[in-house]
Design a binder for this molecule. Structure first.
Ligand SMILES: C[S@@+](CC[C@H](N)C(=O)[O-])C[C@H]1O[C@@H](n2cnc3c(N)ncnc32)[C@H](O)[C@@H]1O
Length: 322
């Protein structure tokens, strides 16, 4: 259905295009879209650069299939891979690309995933509590909700959801599941809602939003795979190549910020009299801090509200002392 493709509006699209353009115009350039989604960014990059080859990765088979349709006119220069993005090194090795000129991560969940009630990401529509991006994955949100000790659930809600009432929600879940397993999104949303004191319920949108986000991050090990993927991706950017990451959560952005800071800082051990040539920075930051969408984009696409963009360019090969 084309309505699905139409439902996803690529975030900060013009900025992503501009940041990647200097690297992708070179002959033989390859770009990795590590979170293909509905190929919104990918399609624009392919249109901008007629010689560009694209490797599109997504954990969600539905995203791969829909992107195959969206990119039908360009499939001769596109490789689509269903995988978690921490597999980028193995994927590029299999394809025979020792390095690439661009890598894009647009993290989190796509609008079609959120809007498809069968996926169980939404607190607004009833569905089985699933939330797996990769539907061959073992652990669903129902498994987490029904089996984790309350203290672990509380930690997840507090850390990943920044939920003030994490402990109350975890205790309510423990009490409810002792009566009957919690298997549906609306039942969980109601348990969360009724655990939050009434005055707090009146602000900040649906009270289940933060807990659902936290569960999604846990089910998909989103922070773990990002921690592995970003340094690995930096290693695969060729000299002059660029990497752009759009994140939607402060913990994601912190992982990106740290990895970029490490790549763009001299790593000479403290105490040495002169900087080691081999420890010179390998990247320069292309963004000053994290960039945010402008007001016009926010008005047109409220789902862009939490987006933060960081970008960097490789200036020097790894281990190259020159
Ligand atoms: C925000 S959407 C990307 C939208 C895309 N840029 C577009 O314009 O259509 C994020 C996508 O990343 C995928 N994803 C999330 N975590 C992933 C991971 N660890 N590995 C691979 N794909 C992942 C999701 O399945 C989702 O399709």
């Amino acid at each position: 259905m084309n309505t699905e493709a139409a439902a996803h509006v690529p975030v900060m699209l013009d900025r992503v295009r501009d940041l990647l353009a200097p690297a992708l115009g070179v002959a033989g350039a390859v770009v990795v879209d590590a979170t293909l989604g509905r190929a919104g960014h990918a399609m624009a990059l392919l249109a901008d650069h007629p010689g560009l080859k694209l490797v599109g990765i997504d954990a969600d088979q539905a995203a791969i299939e829909e992107s195959r349709r969206v990119l039908a006119a360009d499939l001769s220069r596109v490789t689509l891979v269903q995988a978690v993005y921490d597999q980028i090194p193995a994927i590029l090795a299999d394809l025979g690309y020792p390095s690439v000129q661009g890598i894009l991560f647009d993290l989190g969940v796509s609008s079609p995933q959120l809007d498809d009630p069968r996926r169980g990401f939404s607190y607004a529509q009833d569905a089985p509590l699933d939330m797996r991006m990769d539907r061959s994955g073992q652990v669903t949100a129902a498994d987490v909700v029904n089996s984790y000790p309350p203290a672990r659930l509380a930690r997840i809600f507090a850390e990943y959801g920044e939920e003030r009432f994490a402990r109350r929600i975890a205790d309510a879940i423990a009490a409810e599941r002792a009566r009957e397993p919690i298997t549906s999104t609306l039942r969980l949303a109601e348990i969360v809602r009724s655990s939050i004191p009434a005055p707090a319920r009146r602000t900040g949108g649906n009270p289940a939003k933060r807990s659902f986000q936290a569960l999604r991050i846990e089910v998909n090990d989103e922070l773990g795979s990002l921690r592995r993927a970003v340094p690995a991706a930096l290693d695969l950017v060729g000299v002059g190549g660029r990497i752009v990451v759009l994140s939607y959560h402060s913990l994601e952005d912190r992982i990106v910020k740290r990895a970029f800071a490490q790549g763009s800082t001299d790593s000479t051990p403290p105490g040495l009299p002169v900087p080691l040539p081999s420890a010179r920075p390998q990247f320069r930051l292309l963004t000053s801090g994290a960039e945010r969408p402008d007001g016009a984009e926010l008005a047109a696409n409220p789902r862009a509200a939490s987006a933060r963009l960081r970008a960097a360019q490789r200036t020097r090969a790894a281990g190259n002392a020159a």
